[in-house]
Design a protein. Structure first.
Length: 102
């Protein structure tokens, strides 16, 4: 909530704000849009779509870096975690008015 309030303050000061929180569920995106609209703060959603091969390569690279330098700030993404994450994700639908970047 604190960061959302700060985002509103920054936008009212003329700054652009990017919230990179994932927003995996449609309901989360709806609630956040509603929050900003109620505060007369414009919202623009951008979805960066990554194909499965690129996604897997990125995960492999990330896991490899973690194995090299386990500093405790990141965790290894095994198949079980990836499958669970995929089940939770709700891709944006056309009615959400998202800008889609390939």
């Amino acid at each position: 909530m604190y960061l959302m309030k700060k985002a509103v303050e920054l936008v009212k000061c003329g700054c652009d704000v990017i919230l990179d929180w994932g927003f995996w569920k449609k309901e989360e995106r709806i609630q956040l849009t509603r929050y900003f609209e109620e505060r007369k703060t414009p919202v623009e959603w951008v979805y960066v779509r990554v194909n499965d091969d690129v996604w897997k390569k990125n995960i492999e690279k990330r896991n490899g870096e973690i194995e090299k330098r386990d500093d405790g700030s990141s965790f290894y993404l095994n198949e079980e975690i990836l499958e669970r994450a995929n089940r939770l994700f709700e891709p944006p639908e056309a009615d959400e008015g998202m800008i889609v970047v390939e």
